[in-house]
Design a protein around this ligand. Structure first.
Ligand code: RP5
Length: 167
């Protein structure tokens, strides 16, 4: 592994997270970022998770997006093994706590090892991609341009809706 042109990795604890994380992958592609996508679990494949984290920087990634549900330790365990920025996306995998379990597991990192935690589910998946693009835009002009265009389109769409409601 290690295509130096691939700047972002999207990892998730289970293939059952993919339907939610597809929003993240699609949004990254809209910004011209082709991510590596992997199913890696902090609990079920801990050695693979450690190996991925240990080699992520030398493999050329600039940012890692890690999604997991229930006791969501993936983002945190990866963050503990790399200096790369790690964005966590809590998945709504359990029936009881509705993703609150994953949110708290993702966001409540001990001081010294931060994870940028997004919202639960699809909103978090989309925002993770935008946040990753914001990081990459600091050194990639094409992504920066696409990010500005996205913001303009988003603003114009809301203004148009406001105008149509009042017309
Ligand atoms: C987590 O457990 C995964 O990220 C997933 O959200 C949840 C349930 O996994 P499956 O039982 O659907 O594989 O590790």
């Amino acid at each position: 592994m290690g295509d130096k042109n691939i700047k972002a990795a999207v990892i998730m604890g289970s293939d059952s997270d993919l339907s939610t994380m597809q929003k993240c992958i699609d949004t990254l592609k809209e910004f011209g970022i082709q991510p590596t996508v992997r199913v890696i679990s902090a609990h079920r494949t801990p050695l693979e998770a450690a190996d991925f984290a240990d080699k992520a920087k030398e493999n050329g990634y600039k940012v890692i997006i890690a999604a997991a549900g229930m006791a969501a330790h993936l983002a945190g365990s990866v963050a503990g093994r790399t200096e790369l920025p790690v964005i966590g996306v809590p998945m709504q995998a359990s029936e009881g706590p509705n993703g609150l379990d994953a949110l708290l597991s993702t966001v409540q990192m001990p001081p010294g090892v931060p994870v940028a935690s997004m919202a639960i589910g699809k909103a978090g998946a989309k925002n993770a991609a935008i946040f990753a693009a914001q990081i990459i835009s600091l050194f990639d002009e094409e992504v920066d341009k696409k990010l500005k265009q996205f913001r303009t389109r988003q603003t114009e769409a809301v203004i148009a809706k406001d105008a149509s409601i009042n017309s």
